[in-house]
Design a protein around this ligand. Structure first.
Ligand code: MN
Ligand code: MN
Length: 468
């Protein structure tokens, strides 16, 4: 038998588009991906909430020679600067040979993830239990957050203006917290309700104590008093200080390899740290690019990108204006010639829920970085639909650099939908397309990604920055 391909096979190769699955990857690439992901897991464990992600990125940037951006300084090719927005978003720029005269290269990911925030007045006592009232943040299936260990992260600003950083529950010997659920024995009414009604937002109450304050002279709210006294001892705060705080609950569990083959990572907050980390690493490893390259890690994406630390804020625009002023060009001209990879996750095809997807236009775990020309819902509402020209450029970039990639729509048409920051970037007159990592169980407390996909995201951002 001859190994020679038939004419038909050759024609098929030439004309048909076959997506590249994991079989196309070399052992070296897989090993490189595995090693890259060790760094990613450390980031995930260290930085479940946006302020922590900013401080992780800031420390890494300082180590890599980045300095605080000074609008009055003049920078040359290869200089590396950072600009932090209210401790909740950070821009990292590597100055290019042409500065921003011909536009900047932007990679933008978000560092907030769905979670449970405390209400302004959270602490109460009921039936000798102390609990927190909460308000969930982002799109979550509420039942997934019951009966799992949670830790408390955030900041409290006291009346004298001092800020206290709070982190409770992550250490193995530390206590943690939990939302209770109803036992199956008494859940006959609950289990027959539609999912959205079986567990409501007001049911997300977090158990934080059950012992009364000792040696008390009266009986009034002693469990609550005991909790307040512990918090006061540890953080020096009083109940009123909750009014000026940002505290949230996130899963306590750490990122773990998934599968007998360790090919995947399970963890909290892949959306969108799994794009933020590769985009951060691409900025740190970029040296003397043609155009100034900016990785921007933004906040508030999960709740619509509103607010001064979200993508709808003018923060990034002003930063680019400042860079443009140094290069002697109008800010809007620099912006109008800029190009962007909106670095966000997409839903990986899940064989268990196959009917939610359209198989030919979905992305698959392990099949590489995913490009989404558009997201949105219904008849392409609320999205930036990238042009064929820009899609063509990005496609060529990936192909020319041998980066495993695929396209992906977010599920079946008219089933639901979702958005990314791409449309806000596009509205600034920037060419932008979504490029990110496929995720299983997106927005669950424990999401799944493929290690090689994470690495391909890094390679995509890196080559995007490196391109002339
Ligand atoms: Mn996202
Ligand atoms: Mn999301």
């Amino acid at each position: 038998m001859s190994d020679e391909k038939t004419k038909t096979a050759l024609l098929r190769e030439e004309l048909m588009n076959e997506p590249k699955d994991a079989k196309s990857l070399s052992a070296e690439t897989i090993a490189e991906a595995d090693s890259f992901c060790e760094g990613y897991k450390a980031f995930l464990n260290d930085a479940p909430v946006e302020r922590e992600a900013v401080s992780f990125a800031l420390n890494a940037a300082k180590e890599a020679g980045f300095t605080a951006f000074d609008p009055n300084a003049s920078y040359k090719c290869g200089d590396r600067v950072y600009l932090v927005n209210r401790d909740k978003a950070i821009a990292l720029a590597v100055i290019g040979k042409n500065g921003v005269k011909n536009g900047a290269r932007l990679a933008i990911a978000h560092i907030d993830s769905p979670r449970i925030d405390l209400k302004p007045n959270p602490l109460y006592e009921a039936n000798n239990l102390a609990l927190f009232k909460t308000h969930y943040y982002g799109g979550l299936k509420k039942y997934q957050w019951t009966a799992i260990p949670l830790s408390l992260h955030g900041v409290v600003v006291k009346l004298d203006g001092t800020r206290v950083d709070v982190k409770w529950g992550d250490e193995p010997d530390e206590s943690c917290f939990c939302v209770t659920d109803l036992l199956p024995h008494l859940a006959q009414e609950q289990v027959t309700k539609p999912m959205a009604k079986a567990f409501t937002g007001e049911d997300l109450n977090v158990l934080v104590g059950s012992r009364p304050y000792p040696d008390a002279e009266d009986e009034k709210e002693l469990v609550k008093l005991n909790v307040m006294s512990i918090l006061n001892e540890k953080y020096g705060i009083t109940e009123g200080d909750f009014l000026s705080a940002e505290l949230c609950l996130v899963p306590t569990f750490k990122a773990k390899d998934i599968g007998f083959d360790r090919s995947m990572i399970g963890g909290y907050g892949h959306d969108d740290k799994v794009c933020a980390y590769p985009a951060l690493m691409a900025a740190l490893n970029t040296v003397e690019p043609e155009q100034t390259c900016i990785t921007y890690l933004t906040d508030k994406e999960e709740i619509g990108s509103d607010g001064n630390t979200g993508m709808q804020s003018d923060f990034l625009r002003y930063f680019i204006y400042d860079l443009a002023a140094q290069d002697g060009v109008m800010g809007y001209r620099a912006l109008s010639q800029s190009t962007c990879l909106s670095a966000d996750v997409n839903a990986a095809f899940d064989p268990t829920y196959a009917s939610a997807f359209e198989a030919k236009n979905s992305c698959y775990l392990g099949s590489g970085v995913v490009i989404s020309k558009y997201t949105g819902h219904g008849g392409k509402y609320d999205t930036s639909d990238a042009s064929a020209e820009y899609m063509g450029k990005v496609r060529a970039l990936l192909e020319n650099n041998d980066i495993q990639w695929q396209i992906g729509e977010l599920g079946r048409v008219d089933l639901g939908g979702g958005g990314t920051i791409a449309k806000y970037v596009a509205n600034m007159n920037v060419d932008v397309i979504d490029l990110g990592v496929p995720v299983l169980s997106m927005h669950a407390p424990f999401e799944i990604v493929s290690k090689t996909d994470v690495f391909m995201a890094y390679r995509a951002f890196y080559e995007f920055f490196a391109e002339a």
